[in-house]
Design a protein around this ligand. Structure first.
Ligand SMILES: [Zn+2]
Length: 273
């Protein structure tokens, strides 16, 4: 949900289209500066959450952050920004900070996985005592990004010291673009068996529900509205009726216009399944 005009406006926007949970940016996602979040703003946000019946919310981190960067300057900047993301999210009472693991930019996947795990550990040290979760999102695998294999998520997670503070956010378009075929009941079951074996379903804390503009396995990150893409409705029907995910918050990240009617349509469609 858009935070235009103030982060505290997001819950009402969510309610208008029928959301029970929302995802939001806690700052401008394309800028490095970290604006101070005032106590008043945080309180107002929490009041608006209650007033609009939004049960839970989580943040998506800034797109500039790359915790896998081999460039020390960029890595340091990313780490600082990541720590601030956690502090803002905690102040707003959010459940977690969803982040794209990062990109190795030529240094290799192994090196980046180590860097990402180190950044998570440093973030947890610097934000000791906070409740907000650090939620690794699976990636489509565009460019040199990490996280398009379940094995990447597992090897980052096993290096994290404070296991109470991590979890996974599963993006359906990213998984499909990364080569996990979820389109039929059979392949759906197989992918979740693999996810459970390698990562563990118990680590799932959030979903991004997106259909795909791109074909299976092409490793391109392009979201499409639910039912209008190549993932298709059989998949979403399976997911909506999967009791393992009953209590896991799910958010849309699909294209929309200013009035958000696409969100309302997508939520109605998903609920009808
Ligand atoms: Zn996503």
């Amino acid at each position: 949900m858009s935070r235009a005009g103030g982060v505290f406006l997001a819950p009402e926007r969510g309610k208008k289209v029928g959301c029970e949970i929302i995802q939001l940016f806690t700052k401008n996602s394309n800028q490095w500066n970290d604006p101070v979040l005032s106590k008043e703003t945080a309180e107002k946000f929490k009041e608006e959450m209650k007033a609009n019946g939004i049960k839970t919310a989580f943040a998506h981190d800034s797109y500039l952050i790359n915790l896998g960067s081999p460039n020390e300057t960029l890595y340091g900047r990313s780490l600082n920004a990541f720590i601030e993301e956690h502090k803002r999210a905690e102040a707003l009472g959010l459940m977690g900070v969803v982040f794209h693991p990062g990109a190795h930019v030529g240094s290799g996947e192994e090196a980046a996985i180590g860097k990402i795990a180190e950044a998570i550990n440093k973030t947890h040290e610097k934000t000791h005592g906070l409740k907000v979760l650090t939620l690794l999102e699976n990636a489509a695998g565009q460019g040199s990004t990490i996280g398009y294999r379940f094995e990447h998520l597992a090897s980052i997670m096993e290096k994290v010291k404070d296991q109470k503070r991590i979890g996974v956010c599963f993006d359906t378009q990213h998984a499909f673009a990364a080569g996990y075929d979820l389109r039929t009941e059979e392949s759906y079951a197989k992918v979740w068996e693999e996810f459970d074996r390698i990562v563990g379903i118990k680590w799932l804390r959030a979903f991004h529900l997106n259909d795909s503009k791109k074909e299976l396995g092409v490793r391109v990150d392009r979201h499409e509205n639910i039912g209008k893409g190549l993932l298709g409705l059989t998949f979403f029907k399976c997911l909506m009726n999967d009791s393992r995910f009953e209590n896991i918050p799910m958010s849309l990240e699909t294209p929309k216009s200013e009035d958000c009617h696409e969100d309302k349509e997508a939520l109605d469609l998903l609920r009808s399944l």
